[in-house]
Design a protein around this ligand. Structure first.
Ligand SMILES: NC(=O)c1ccc[n+]([C@@H]2O[C@H](COP(=O)([O-])OP(=O)(O)OC[C@H]3O[C@@H](n4cnc5c(N)ncnc54)[C@H](OP(=O)(O)O)[C@@H]3O)[C@@H](O)[C@H]2O)c1
Length: 338
């Protein structure tokens, strides 16, 4: 019987410190609100300092009893992700909950990150790899005291757009107008690759923490598909011949048959906070939302993705490739966290 979690499983979280990446918008914002409404101190990580501060100011005004802080984080650059993790670890005594939620989708395929990677791979996978790794010492220290630290990685059902994480062209820019409609399938595959990488990364991180010398006791890592959600800004970049009004119309249509951002936030919030995750030692699992007859969210459920997600060799190849890449960009041993 797969494990099921529902909103009533969310406990009071007054002593917890949480950080949510990409919390200025969409399901990240709703995850932050849900965690703060249960008493957690929530750090809103955002790439745009003005937008981050504005989000925190707005949330404090709307919810005076909640506690929010802003934390700068640009995942598109390994150096910035490492510096952001080091900054957070210097300023904070604990981190109980880390939700690696930020993401970009359907980025024009001629756009590379500052480090020279496909932007979706850079932000969704490599940036989070560096950021989470940089925070591991703090997460471990917190778990030594509490025995209950959570890392939740936000993936997507779009992992199925590809059948493997092909690393051969992650640093390749497609010449020409990469935002033209003929490149839409390629942009979709790039997004799918990054979301498949999220799953392999989460599984490998969980294994490494649980290894006898992994010193990760009490840190539980899980990964999720949050659902198909209307009303977020994902993929809203004006590319592929879709004007802003067309994108708004599409989102409007999707929102009639999809989850709301709050419903979309529920799976990762439950993995981040529900007591049952600790009580039943839920780790290394993939969860997705379930809906009722009226298409509304009912609960979140563990899903078996099959052998590929448990493939240790593929996850190790991705892990080592990413480490080597980051070593090249930052200089070996210069990650700032560990
Ligand atoms: N929406 C869906 O239907 C759906 C389905 C499956 C999975 N997901 C996943 O859910 C997650 C959240 O998506 P969403 O729908 O809530 O999208 P969203 O509204 O576009 O939110 C994405 C968040 O990521 C942040 N972000 C983007 N690039 C960043 C960077 N370089 N550094 C740091 N933060 C960055 C954005 O910041 P700004 O505010 O500055 O842009 C924003 O806060 C993503 O990982 C996505 O893949 C979404």
């Amino acid at each position: 019987m797969p494990i099921q979690l529902k909103e009533s499983d969310l406990p009071s979280l007054p002593s917890k410190t949480a950080l949510v990446t990409g919390a200025t918008s969409g399901i990240g914002l709703q995850t932050a609100i849900l965690l703060a409404s249960h008493g957690a101190t929530v750090h809103i990580a955002s790439r745009n300092p003005a937008k981050g501060e504005e989000t925190v100011t707005g949330l404090r005004a709307q919810y005076p009893s909640h506690t929010y802080h802003h934390h700068p984080l640009d995942l598109s650059s390994a150096a910035s992700a490492a510096a952001s993790a080091a900054h957070f670890a210097r300023e904070n005594a604990r981190l109980d909950i880390l939700v690696a939620n930020a993401g970009v989708a359907f980025v024009p395929v001629d756009e590379l990150s500052a480090d020279g990677l496909d932007m979706a791979f850079a932000v969704n996978h490599v940036g989070h790899f560096v950021f989470v790794r940089g925070l591991l010492p703090l997460l471990r220290r917190t778990a030594e005291g509490s025995g209950d630290v959570r890392v939740v990685v936000t993936s997507s059902a779009a992992y199925s757009f590809v059948d493997k994480v092909d690393l051969s062209d992650v640093a390749c820019r497609v010449p020409g107008d990469g935002g033209s409609v003929r490149h839409l399938p390629a942009a979709g595959r790039r997004y799918g690759r990054s979301k498949r990488a999220n799953i392999l990364f989460a599984m490998e991180l969980d294994r490494r923490l649980r290894a006898p010398d992994g010193a990760g006791a009490g840190v539980r890592v899980n990964v999720c598909h949050p659902g198909t959600i209307g009303g977020t800004a994902l993929g809203d970049n004006g590319a592929f011949g879709v004007p802003a009004w067309g994108s708004r119309l599409l989102h409007g249509l999707i929102s009639t048959v999809s989850l709301t951002p709050r419903e979309g936030a529920m799976t990762q919030t439950l993995l981040a906070a529900a007591d049952r995750v600790r009580e039943e030692d839920v780790h290394g699992c993939f969860f997705a939302p379930r809906t009722g007859w009226n298409m509304r969210y009912t609960h979140s459920e563990e899903v078996d993705l099959g052998e590929w997600a448990r493939n240790e060799e593929d996850a190790k190849v991705l892990w080592e490739w990413t480490e080597e890449w980051v070593d090249k960009v930052l200089g070996k041993g210069n990650w700032g966290g560990e």
